[in-house]
Design a protein around this ligand. Structure first.
Ligand SMILES: Cc1ncc(COP(=O)(O)O)c(C=O)c1O
Length: 411
């Protein structure tokens, strides 16, 4: 029995992102006609002797083969990949067990001994630790660069630079990267560009339309949006995704479990209305925080006070759900907030339906990071001081969040 696969070509060509978020990659069950996605939990599928690839799966285009073995390709995971590719306007996508596996998979596919990686000097800490502590063991040179400065990128390029990896907004300080400009500079030099777009989501930014080669997400965050599944994805040009799937998808072995793909597909169904509601609340909370006497600085792309507000307006359709703010004595304030907050949750991670706040100590962050230049350190401190609060807005009533922060910040 052939599967009826409802993929973007079967949707009207005019289908808009909100519709693609529901229907791209949907497989209508051929037996029952069920229109909610099935979960295919089977590790293996029946095969026909003499047909399909039974070994060296990483060396063949397994997306063209019958489903065989879940680490190579699983129907539910494939539905998620198809949907994410459609949302990013990418030719294809490959899913991983986590966001970090998607980042590691990209690096280990595109870089080899003797190559040079330029990476944003501020990224999610796990990406920084991987680049700083592990890639050099494979003979890969790494230079951390403030990618909001085109002159710094230009100066860091070397003949062996193969990849420029950015984040926008950067976790945690919400500095932005002009993706179009970075892509132009890197491409003129023959280097590829990847961006971790987790904090933006495709609702805010479509990096491929700006010239970026590969878009990476931790699906664990806003895209799933419910804090109950880990996942990662890399989307981009077909040949680059085929290479990433072949090398890292198959041989890194960090395959996404089908149950997670199913949960994340369900999360994506509501991605657009969720993100718009979250951004509306975030704008209200950020505006409130800016007036609070205990708050010394607020960084939110939707505020005119953001140092790159014009870029935010150009590059982000919505200003997102993340806020970063400073107070005096952040360690003491962290203890106070953890003890007093009643609606917000003092915890790590971000992008869930419930609001989450955590203090990130600058000395701690720097310990896991690179040896930054005094200029780079000064830039980080200008956003974060000795430490700042990373606030991920959820779906609670904005007024409840504001009241909660107000009472908890009060001394
Ligand atoms: C921007 C960003 N990228 C990647 C990751 C890693 O994602 P995961 O925990 O799914 O591996 C995180 C996690 O916090 C993140 O914030």
């Amino acid at each position: 029995m052939t599967q009826k696969r409802l993929t973007p070509p079967m949707l009207p060509a005019t289908a808009l992102p909100e519709t693609l978020a529901l229907d791209a990659g949907l497989i209508v069950d051929p037996v029952t006609g069920a229109i909610q996605p099935n979960i295919s939990m089977s590790v293996n599928n029946l095969v026909t002797p003499g047909e399909g690839a039974f070994s060296a799966a990483g060396l063949t285009d397994i997306t063209q083969e019958p489903f065989t073995y879940a680490r190579w390709l699983n129907p539910t995971v494939r539905a998620l990949e198809t949907r994410m590719a459609a949302l990013e306007g990418a030719e294809d996508a490959v899913a991983f067990a986590t966001g970090v596996a998607a980042i590691a998979g990209t690096f280990l596919t595109l870089l080899k001994q003797g190559d040079h990686l330029i990476i944003s000097d501020v990224t999610y800490a796990g990406a920084a630790e991987l680049a700083r502590a592990i890639l050099p063991d494979f003979g890969i040179e790494v230079t951390p660069v403030n990618l909001s400065r085109p002159d710094a990128l230009q100066a860091a390029l070397r003949p062996n630079t193969r990849l420029v990896h950015c984040e926008s907004p950067c976790n945690p300080i919400l500095r932005l990267t002009d993706l179009k400009q970075v892509a132009q500079i890197a491409h003129a030099h023959g280097a590829l560009v990847s961006v971790d777009s987790t904090l933006a989501t495709p609702v805010a930014t479509l990096p491929i339309t700006l010239g970026v080669d590969l878009v990476i997400h931790s699906l664990t965050k806003f895209i799933n949006g419910h804090g109950d599944a880990l996942g990662g994805i890399v989307a981009g040009r077909k040949d680059l995704i085929a290479r990433t799937r072949g090398r890292a998808g198959v041989y890194l072995g960090a395959a996404m479990p089908a149950m997670n793909a199913w949960l994340i597909l369900r999360g994506i169904d509501t991605l657009f209305p969720r993100m718009r509601q979250i951004a509306t609340s975030a704008q209200q909370v950020a505006t409130f925080l800016e007036t609070h006497p205990k708050v010394t600085r607020v960084i939110y792309p939707g505020l005119p006070s953001h140092p790159q507000h014009a870029l935010a307006a150009r590059q982000m359709a919505i200003p997102g759900g993340m806020i970063f703010f400073q107070t005096a004595d952040p360690a003491a304030m962290a203890r106070q907030l953890a003890a007093r907050l009643r609606v917000l949750h003092y915890a790590f991670s971000l992008g869930h339906q419930r609001s989450i706040i955590v203090m990130l100590d600058t000395a701690d962050m720097m310990q896991g990071s690179y040896a930054l230049t005094p200029d780079q350190l000064a830039d980080y401190r200008s956003y974060a001081g000795d430490g700042g609060f990373r606030l991920s807005i959820g779906l609670e009533a904005a007024d409840d969040l504001i009241r909660d922060l107000d009472q908890a910040l009060a001394g």
